[in-house]
Design a binder for this molecule. Structure first.
Ligand SMILES: *[C@@H]1O[C@H](CO)[C@@H](O)[C@H](O)[C@H]1NC(C)=O
Ligand SMILES: *[C@@H]1O[C@H](CO)[C@@H](O)[C@H](O)[C@H]1NC(C)=O
Ligand SMILES: *[C@@H]1O[C@H](CO)[C@@H](O)[C@H](O)[C@H]1NC(C)=O
Length: 172
């Protein structure tokens, strides 16, 4: 290794250590400190319809035949008031992610959903967008967003690991 390259690496490591100790980590790392995703959706349907659609989709994919990639390994754990809970195990790697959805009927007659997926592994920082896709794939699979002119999604890298670069594809 050339001396210059060596110095560069040392400098980089030093900067990371100093930045970390100064609490400047978030300036370099735009994602949550633990692999997780919070995403908000709006649907132009009643929350009772939206909630039951999510529940059926989770149950439909609760088998462990992963020949159709991500369309498996979901588990429905039940509901508490206006929230439902479950978990998903990533087919490759077997990461366990817990998720929940909270449904709120708005004054605008739309259903506002807050969804959260969080890696059960405390050490997980990077997830290749898996926590986001755990949630998003249920929307794609159930076609809840199709032909819904009120449909909206919002999230951001600071609350959703790798949100801006995640490509949820049910078939890869
Ligand atoms: C959803 O999951 C998050 C993160 O694990 C947790 O903080 C929150 O209390 C849960 N919400 C519900 C309604 O279960
Ligand atoms: C959306 O509209 C298209 C065209 O009318 C239709 O083929 C499709 O089944 C609709 N999807 C849903 C989920 O209703
Ligand atoms: C979505 O947008 C609303 C309004 O700007 C904001 O309060 C909320 O935190 C956003 N949700 C996420 C998951 O970023």
């Amino acid at each position: 290794m050339g001396c210059c390259k060596c110095c560069c690496i040392l400098l980089l490591v030093t900067v990371i250590i100093i930045a970390g100790s100064l609490g400047l980590f978030s300036a370099f790392f735009p994602y949550p400190s633990h692999a997780s995703c919070r995403v908000d959706w709006v649907f132009g349907k009643s929350c009772s319809t939206v909630k039951s659609t999510f529940i059926s989709q989770i149950k439909k994919w609760s088998h462990n035949d992963c020949s159709l990639k991500q369309q498996c390994n979901y588990e429905y754990l039940g509901e508490d008031g206006n929230a439902i809970r479950g978990f998903h195990v990533t087919p490759w790697m077997s990461f366990v992610d817990r998720f929940n959805f909270t449904f709120t009927d708005g004054d605008d007659a739309l259903c506002h959903v807050q969804a959260i997926s969080e890696s059960a592994a405390s050490y997980a920082i990077i997830d290749f967008g898996v926590n986001y896709c755990n949630l998003r794939n249920l929307v794609i699979g159930s076609k809840l967003d199709e032909n819904d002119s009120y449909y909206k999604e919002n999230s951001t890298n600071s609350v959703c690991t790798m949100y801006s670069i995640a490509h949820c594809n049910l078939y890869t």
